[in-house]
Every structure is written in C-alpha cells, then in structure tokens.
Design a binder for this molecule. Structure first.
Ligand code: ADP
Ligand code: MG
Length: 428
C-alpha cells in the first residue's frame, strides 16, 4: 500500500508496463515480418518448381534430368581453375566436354556429363531395372585433366599442348591429338571457332608460342627457321592440303626413316601467316564435299610445325604435330555423317587402335612399336621413338544423352592410353 501510494513508484510501474507493451509489439511485428518473408520465399520456390515442371513437360528426358540434378546437388563441384598446377607428363590424357549446342537443343538433348573436379568426369548413363523403373548408372573416369563446358580453347591448350613447346626446342618431337566422335568439337579445338576469331585453336596458339620462344633470348642463337605443313589421311590416301590435295607418297628407307615425299613445307614468320595456311588447308579439306563434315569427319588432318636450324636446314631440330583425328563413331548414321562404309570404318578403327598401341609404346621405353599398322602412325613414327618425345591426347565428348554410348567408348579408349601414362610420368 505504501509503495502503491507513492506517486513516484506508480509512474515507474506505468513505464514498465509501457515498455512491456512495446517489446510485445516488437515481437509481434517481427513474427509478422518473418511470416511475410517465409511466404515470399515459398512463393519463389513454387515459381521455380513450376518453371522446372513447365520446362520438363517439353523434355522427353525430364525424369532423367531430375535424377541427374539430384545427383549433382549431392556432390561437391570444384572444377579446374586457370591457376591450377601444370603437371609434367610424358603422356598427358585429358578430356574436354563441349557445351550443348543449338542442334542438341533442337533435339531436346539433355546434358548427362558432370565434371566434379579438375581430373574426374562422370557419365550418367540411363538404365532400366527389370520392373522398368529408370535409374542412373554413374561411370566415374579419372584423367590428367578434365575440362568442363565453360573452358575456353586457351585453357585446354594451357594444360595440354603448351607444356610440350619446350620439348621441340630441346630437340624432341611433340604430338597433340584431338580424339572423339564427329560433332564433339575436335575441329573447334584444333582450328578455332569458325564464328569467333578470338577463340583461336590449338594450331594457332601453338604457332604463336613457338614464334615467341624462337625469338627469346634463350633460343635466338639457335637461328631456327619455322615451317608448316598440313596434310590429310583418308583411308590409305595422303593428300597435301597446302597443294590442292595433291596425293603424297610415304617412303621408308632401310633405316626405317619415313618420309612424306613432296609434302609442301611453307616457311612462316608470323601468326597471321599460320592462320592463313590453316584457312587454306581447312577449305581444301572441305572442298569437293556435299557437306563440310562428310569426308573430313572420316579423315585425319595433320598440321605440323617444324623447326630447322638455318645453318643446317636438312636436319630437323624439333617438330610439333597437331592432329584432328577422324571421328571414332562406328557405322552409325549421325547428323554429320551418313553411313560410314565398311572399308572406311575398318580403316579408321585400325588406325585408332594402332595409334593407341604406339602411344603406349612411347611410355614403355624399348617396347615394340607397331607403327606400320596404319598410315597415320607410319607418318608419325618419329614421334613415338626417342627419349625426348612427348604426347598429349585430348578426348572430346559431346554432352548429350544421345551421344552416351559414343562418349563412353571415347572415354574407355582414352583410359587405356593413360593406363601406362600414369606409370612413367615426370618424363625427362
Ligand atoms: P568435330 O570436329 O569433332 O566433328 P566440330 O568441331 O565441328 O566437331 O564441332 C561441332 C559443333 O559444335 C560445331 O558447330 C562447333 O562450332 C560446336 N562446338 C564444338 N566445341 C564447342 C565449344 N567448346 N564451344 C562452343 N561450341 C562448340
Ligand atoms: Mg571436324
């Protein structure tokens, strides 16, 4: 009573109750705000889901897409970055996945390839259980490098062909192969993007670095002359792409030295000159065909950059061979190639199998080199022998589900090339 009668205390109590009221109001308004935010987020999630459903209605593979999405969200994705370490390998095997292109989108293709990190790749193969429910068979592959669809030609180059430039200045032979099915991006990688001059290919990038190295203080005194040749191997026929597709003969002397007789070798002194030769060669390659991809997808294109000392031009100082291989698909009808004839198919098959054996022989010093097994390996013989030689193979894969079988074949082939590549890494 005494307390309540005191005026001062009453006002304190009034203040306390006011404070309590305002704290409650604050709590209420916070709750209300949370509710509004929750509703907004729910609406957003629902809109996202509706959008996925709407898209999926147009995708025949929506079930597969959902399974792959779920798989991807359950793993950590940490792709190669521009500053990752460049390893020194005798044989480098890498894989590049190209993005889905307009042609794929027209076919409502979905991307079944995931690149979780800088050296792994997963193919999500759709399969059916006995009760016909769909499931994913996830094939995991490991290579020296794996490049996802956002990687430019330059990044692929940086980790594959560029480290081999040193080899040719040290007197060795370097080779770089683009392997894969037709339409997987081999020519895009080697020759560059046809619609974007900035996206240069490995031919031009390699040439630019060779010019830079040749003019560097370290190599200037070698007085090297740089020349290019460009030829095509179709079944057993070798044609000069810098000389109107003139047929060339391959000769082997008593010391097993192989020569491509009459091959044009153009001396070059700038990247622009090289780009010009690439353009001429590629036009020649495509000429006389109803579609630019018909015969060219069944032939191997070999672009070579040769270093010779001006003091002794007969002797090769070093050579870089860059090869856009024939499509490895077998007998299939594709958008790009009509049915491959039996003869073409078996010839391509034979040359790719021999190539694999020759690369493996490079890794096992002193091993038998079956280079006579195909024209391609015959002309590249010098690249597979000698202690200073290095090779890289870039296996190219298309991302679509329609290419699943071909992609698995490509990856299995690349895997076998690498089997031994891993043993003798850190070449001299
Ligand atoms: P291949 O030589 O293996 O038959 P191409 O290089 O002709 O394949 O590529 C097939 C199509 O895909 C071309 O239209 C090409 O421009 C496109 N393409 C290939 N790789 C890429 C890439 N990394 N980025 C964008 N488009 C690409
Ligand atoms: Mg091509």
């Amino acid at each position: 009573k005494r307390i309540l009668s005191s005026r001062g205390t009453r006002s304190v109590l009034e203040n306390i109750s006011k404070f309590k009221e305002s704290a409650t109001l604050k709590k209420l308004s916070k709750l209300e705000n949370n509710r509004i935010e929750r509703r907004r987020r729910n609406a957003e999630v629902k809109a996202e889901k509706d959008e996925i459903c709407r898209k999926n209605q147009n995708t025949p593979h929506w079930e597969l897409l959902a399974m792959i999405d779920q798989y991807r969200s359950s793993i950590k994705i940490c792709p190669l970055s521009y500053n990752d370490f460049i390893e020194d390998h005798l044989i480098t095997v890498a894989v590049r996945k190209r993005p889905l292109n307009n042609f794929d989108l027209l076919k409502k293709e979905i991307d079944i390839i995931t690149i979780p990190n800088k050296n792994q790749l997963i193919v999500h193969e759709p399969k059916y259980k006995v009760d016909l429910t769909k499931y994913l068979d996830n094939h995991v592959f490991t290579f020296d490098y794996t490049f996802n669809e956002t990687c430019s030609n330059h990044i692929v180059y940086k980790y594959t062909a560029q480290p081999l430039i040193k080899t040719i200045f040290e007197g060795g032979y370097a080779t770089c192969f683009a392997y894969g099915q037709t339409g997987s991006g081999k020519t895009y990688l080697m020759s560059g993007c046809p619609d974007n001059a900035k996206e240069k290919g490995i031919y031009a990038l390699t040439a630019a670095d060779i010019f830079k190295e040749a003019n560097s203080e370290k190599h200037r005194d070698l007085k090297l002359e740089i020349s290019c040749s460009f030829f095509e191997i179709y079944v057993k026929k070798v044609s000069d792409l810098l000389n109107g597709k003139q047929t060339l003969r391959i000769l082997e002397d008593g010391r097993q030295q192989v020569q491509v007789v009459g091959l044009t070798e153009k001396t070059v002194s700038s990247v622009n000159e090289v780009l010009h030769l690439i353009k001429i060669g590629n036009e020649e390659r495509a000429s006389g065909q109803t579609s630019a991809n018909v015969n060219s997808s069944r032939s191997h294109a070999v672009f070579q950059i040769c270093l010779r000392s001006k003091r002794n031009p007969k002797k090769i100082h070093g050579k870089f061979s860059l090869i856009d291989l024939a499509g490895n698909e077998r007998g299939a009808d594709t958008f790009f190639s009509s049915k491959i004839t039996k003869m073409e198919g078996s010839e391509i098959n034979q040359s790719l199998l021999t190539l694999k054996e020759c690369i493996r022989a490079l890794g096992r010093k002193g091993a038998h080199l079956p280079f006579r097994g195909s024209k391609l390996t015959q002309v590249l013989r010098d690249s597979f022998i000698g202690a200073n030689n290095k090779t890289c193979m870039i296996a190219m894969v298309s991302p679509g589900v329609g290419s699943c079988e071909n992609s698995l074949n490509t990856l299995r082939y690349a895997d076998r090339v690498k089997e031994l590549g891993g043993v003798e890494v850190q070449g001299n």
